[in-house]
Design a protein around this ligand. Sequence first.
Ligand SMILES: Cc1cc2nc3c(=O)[nH]c(=O)nc-3n(C[C@H](O)[C@H](O)[C@H](O)COP(=O)(O)OP(=O)(O)OC[C@H]3O[C@@H](n4cnc5c(N)ncnc54)[C@H](O)[C@@H]3O)c2cc1C
Length: 493
Amino acid sequence: MTTDTDSPSTSPEAAPGTSASTARHIAVLGGGLAGLSAARRLANNGFSITVIEASDHVGGLAASFTKQTEWGTFDYDNGPHRFHTGEEHLNDEVLRLLGENVCMANRQSRIFLFDRFFHYPLQGANILKLPKRVLIKAFWDYFIVKLRSLFGKRLKDENFENWVVNRFGRKLYDIFFGVYTEKTWGIPCSKISADWAAQRITLLSLWDTVKKTLFRPKNVPRTLVSEFFYPRHGGIGTLCRRYAEELEKEGHTVHLNAPVTAVEVENGQTVAVRHRTADGGEVRLPCDGAIATIPITKLAGMIEPPAPQSVREASAGLKHRSMIFVYLILDRPKVTDDHWIYLPEQRLTTHRLSEFKNFSPDAAPKDKTLLCAEITCDYQDDDWNKSDDELQEIVVKDLTDTIKLIDANEVLMTFSRRERYAYPIYDLEYRERRDAIIEFIDHIGRLETTGRQGLFKYNNMDHSIGMGLAIAENLVGGGRDHKEVATEQKWFG
Ligand SMILES: Cc1cc2nc3c(=O)[nH]c(=O)nc-3n(C[C@H](O)[C@H](O)[C@H](O)COP(=O)(O)OP(=O)(O)OC[C@H]3O[C@@H](n4cnc5c(N)ncnc54)[C@H](O)[C@@H]3O)c2cc1C
């Protein structure tokens, strides 16, 4: 093990968990949006920053990559990433980062059901294209739940299934919410916490949709909600790359290929972190405090002295769903106008398909298309371990035989990426377990955990940026509580 010789000041003054206005050197664990936004805000306020990132790139889940091929250059993300927020200051922050490198896109998503495509969320006359028997049953079931509700006979909102059935009726649960969720999460909906539905499903009343369909007011202007901005070049990962460039330009450090292995605590205070180096060594970095945005399950296991048994058990019980991104380069200018298409049906292995050219026209050469098929799985299960050839066979079969979107002989190239910590699984016990770990960390001085991974929260990019900025502002003195970000429904609008 070596020690960082040029590590910044180790002033023992204030740091995370204290009134930190005079803190000096902060180690930021993880180079995704939460870590880098916190780092940037702290750097602006006179802190010295070292960001320590395990992989060979910044961006985390919101990273982007570039593929140079004989047909030209392709930019692609970890599945589709659309930035939107109800918070003006976060909008401004992202626009600041992008500068001139920005383009607008009109949001379009569809869902493939009963061998047809429907706009998603269901809109316009679309809903009436559902098979009649399905439509009648959906309305009947919806009527029944409303009636039940009126007489106080609702199911208890104790899990995802009941929550959805209570609000949408059994048929809509069966044809969409249930199948899609089980496919994505890999566990029955009765074992998924209602928290997830409450956060993620916009409460669209079926009747409202029909009213808007049949009695649509004329000349309604297109609202800004249906538009979003996106980097013209470089994919969504541009955001994190810009943060890293800004930090490095001002003399701060961003270590890549440097998985953190330990957080050293002495007398209840964080004093150093250790991370591996590319040559297999280990570096000790003394610090005045640390902000962790890495998976909370990993963090719980790397604190020295070790967390109590109960915390380690809670950590072992928290599970993540993993994801394989299968990318196809196709010999055609365009496949759809969609940003993404949901594929809830169990007969398809792919659960969502996205087309990056529809985010930015410069994401792919004019005459070629890059599609991303997402397959959810568990870490190291059969799917996780499939070769690119096997994955290509599965995805191409989905897209040719069932959805009939492409022709097999148009596929020029396939490659894949894997994300182990894609989704925190909100099972029925997750909240208790997560809170036990957070409580333990809250008692350690100069250590904070935040972001999607650090709070085990199924959030969006704006939330992670909001959490990072909030925690930095806390340390500077004041600001909102980072744990409050993405708790209220308004954040998920
Ligand atoms: C498929 C998919 C699609 C999405 N689509 C959207 C969308 O359309 N709109 C939207 O707003 N949001 C979307 N999101 C969510 C968004 O990507 C996340 O909310 C956000 O990127 C999380 O940022 P973060 O910094 O909190 O966490 P992460 O991005 O997970 O960052 C954590 C970082 O910690 C690093 N790390 C892990 N272990 C260690 C270690 N031991 N040492 C050092 N570093 C470590 C990781 O490599 C990673 O870089 C999507 C997510 C997924 C998975």
